[in-house]
Design a protein around this ligand. Sequence first.
Ligand code: SF4
Length: 327
Amino acid sequence: MFIYKEFKVEKQSDENVRAITNAPYYAYVKISEGCNNTCAFCVIPNIRGRLKSRTMEDIEQEIDMLQVKGVKEIIIISQDTTQYGMDIYGEERLIPLMKRLTSRFNNLLFRMLYLNPEGVTKEVIKFVAETENVIKYFEVPVQHASDKILTKMRRASTRQVIDNVFDTIRKECPEAFIRTTFIVGFPGESEEDFNELYKFIEDKKPDYAGFFPYYKEEGSIAYNYNDDIDEKTKKERIKKLQSLQKKITSARLREYKKKEFLCFIDKVNDDFEFILEGRALFQAPDTDGKLYVTDGIADNGSGPYKCIINKIAYPDIYVTFLENNNG
Ligand code: SF4
């Protein structure tokens, strides 16, 4: 039987209180805008300009308001999260910012997204591993694994840096989920480069990954590259990688069949009113599949609730709430 008290949010009249358009228990907080990198496939720096960080006080004020609205999970975003503070403080200040936020708002959960590999230092990894209210989840966009392609993409990380980030996360924070993204079929991507990428995924086993066919963006540096890969090859390569990733993600989820974990509930399923829909803490919104509750009492609104997996339907999971399930 289900009891689901929907989490209602009062309408705010204060203009400074931003509307939350997703399920109201979580909110995205942008800590900076723009980017100082010059990745060849990207036009964001042209559109948004160079890095502009918000002050710590300004970010705190926004989270204060979100807390009043009943938000439980804060998702820290930007174009290049680990570079936070370089422009206004003259040095990277992500860790001082996060230390300040996680101790001041110690009843909220924090998740950090868009952590480019070159900024994921041992200090960042240890901070995530050791801070109770930071979700053990790293979103590290890698884009490729061949040094030849990474250089052509003008990415700031080499393969060695990327390998080191994955190895250090696995060592220092083994329970963490790692999500990454790859661009497939970048101009000049040979069969050998593709095989290197495939082997990287096989070896490092990211828990979740998104694969995007390279798309020429007008105004980007790569727009003028003339060694494009044909669409058919891109599709075939993506299909191979997706099938490999399915095996890796499914294996990691199977490990969770024996474990208790926390989840949030977003809503009652649109098609079946006896099924609740949400996500585990190891799933970020909109990217890592959904969680469905087929048995349990959601008497605490959005949660969090303790649950266990009873079925995996990649990339989604079906769970059962545990008795005394309030997280
Ligand atoms: S891909 Fe990301 S890091 Fe690279 S230029 Fe674009 S926004 Fe910056």
